[in-house]
Design a binder for this molecule. Structure first.
Ligand code: SAM
Ligand code: TMP
Ligand code: ZN
Length: 404
């Protein structure tokens, strides 16, 4: 196996075994066999990029029925409105500016840009969510972004001032085609801005459930800078973000076009001092994850034996890794409630736990709720205060198993 970025040697450090497609929720009674793959993660000895060893074909993940909606969290809606306002105020100030978003999903970010009357295009291969964006007045091109698509967009719309992507670039193994496409599409002084889960937070919080089919790369400043330079770009800014359990927003500009800000050297130095991509650090992470699995399974089995009532909260893509890696099925967690219409009435991939509408949570409240959407803990706990008032207890497993 070689690095998907630089063809260097890969050093595997954690293995989660056989896993399903994380967003492939199963319709009860559907006879079609589920697709499984081997989920294991490695670091490149040359460019430090942390990546999956096996790639799931993109059409199995991103298609008309892709269920995830960006608008499912109030905090994320506010986050993306803020992103749009900031891009409008900083990068999109010239005459007739143009922004392209990769993976615009249901248009949560571009909606604000459209409302401001600024030229934009969302590129979205998942037709169902893309139509939701279009219904909000967002201009959408259905299909995968890659080098060929970039050339077509350039021919139709001209060069872009900004290419933006949230929780999308880390989903795309074929980064060479993406960065060639961005190079084609951006005007000379334009920028690529992208935000994704940060390897530093994943390691610090032992948040192993960030590792699943869709998350192919686990970026950090060190690996992103190396990746950028291979394509004539420079990492000119980094910003840590509190969303989704800890992310970093990276800004890339063409080499020589902008001077890197001080935050870049700061984060690179932090990563170096922590030995973030050193094999010993990553092996220690893998050991903490294995211990975490033991504790979570022991807790849930103990609760089952006591006859406690347990449910799951948030049928996240992340939860596919937790449930399948830990062997948690309906006998330990009888159902999971989730606000996403396309997940409700279905079974979680691989683990086959029924997903129910949010109203099922309080009807009646369980004794314990396993918070699978722990990255939205603040938002969820704020709206579900009645659960604890009724005597309920949250179970969290990041950074380690604990009760709240
Ligand atoms: N940007 C949104 C957010 O942060 O909430 C959506 C993130 S969702 C996890 C990833 C999105 O990327 C999906 O809507 C998927 O269809 C899209 N996607 C996957 N591969 C892509 C590609 N090559 N070009 C554009 N979008 C892609
Ligand atoms: P995410 O962690 O990938 O954003 O997925 C969050 C999942 O949790 C998504 O399926 C929606 C669900 N969810 C709820 O059910 N209730 C909530 O209050 C929030 C914020 C999310
Ligand atoms: Zn590499």
């Amino acid at each position: 196996m070689e690095c998907r970025i630089c063809s260097g040697g890969l050093r595997p450090f954690a293995d989660f075994g056989r896993q399903p497609v994380s967003d492939a929720f199963v319709a009860p009674g559907d006879p079609a066999p589920e697709f499984f793959f081997h989920l294991a993660v490695a670091v490149c000895e040359d460019c430090s990029m942390v990546q999956l060893l096996e790639e799931v074909p993109r059409e199995k993940m991103f298609h008309d029925g892709y269920p995830y909606l960006s608008s499912g969290s109030a905090v994320m809606r506010e986050h993306f409105a803020g992103v749009a306002r900031r891009l409008l105020a900083t990068e999109l100030t010239g005459p007739d500016p143009f922004v392209v978003e990769l993976g615009c999903n249901d248009g949560t970010m571009l909606k604000t840009v459209a409302e401001a009357g600024v030229r934009h295009l969302g590129v979205e291969p998942s037709g169902g969510v893309g139509r939701r964006a279009a219904a909000r007045g967002v201009r959408v091109r259905e299909g995968f972004f890659e080098a060929a698509a970039a050339a077509e967009i350039l021919a139709e719309d001209g060069p872009a001032d900004v290419v933006y992507a949230a929780n999308t670039l880390c989903h795309i193994p074929y980064m060479d085609s993406i960065l060639r496409g961005v190079d084609t599409l951006l005007r000379p002084g334009g920028v690529l801005v992208f935000e994704d889960p940060y390897l530093g937070d994943i390691v610090a919080r032992s948040s192993f459930d960030q590792i699943y089919d869709e998350h192919f790369y686990f970026f950090c400043a060190t690996s992103v800078r190396a990746m950028a330079r291979r394509h004539g770009f420079e990492l000119v800014d980094v910003e840590r973000l509190p969303v989704h359990g800890g992310e970093v927003r990276y800004t890339l500009a063409r080499q020589g076009a902008r001077t890197p800000g001080p935050a870049v050297a700061g984060l690179l130095a932090e990563e170096e001092a922590a030995g973030l991509t050193e094999p010993a650090t990553l092996r220690a992470f893998a050991s903490r994850v294995a211990a975490n699995r033991e504790s979570l399974v022991a807790l849930l089995e103990g609760l089952r034996d006591e006859g406690a009532r347990v449910c799951g909260y948030g049928a996240t893509a992340k939860s596919a890794t937790v449930l399948n890696y830990c062997g948690i099925g309906p006998e330990l967690v009888p159902f999971i409630c989730d606000t996403t219409p396309a997940k409700q009435g279905r079974l979680t991939p691989g683990s086959h736990i029924p997903v129910r509408e949010p109203g099922a949570f309080a009807d009646p409240y369980p004794d314990y709720a396993l918070l699978l959407a722990w990255n939205h803990a603040e938002e969820i706990m704020a709206k579900e205060t009645a659960f604890r008032e009724a005597g309920g207890t949250w179970i969290l497993y990041v950074p380690e198993v604990h009760l709240v």
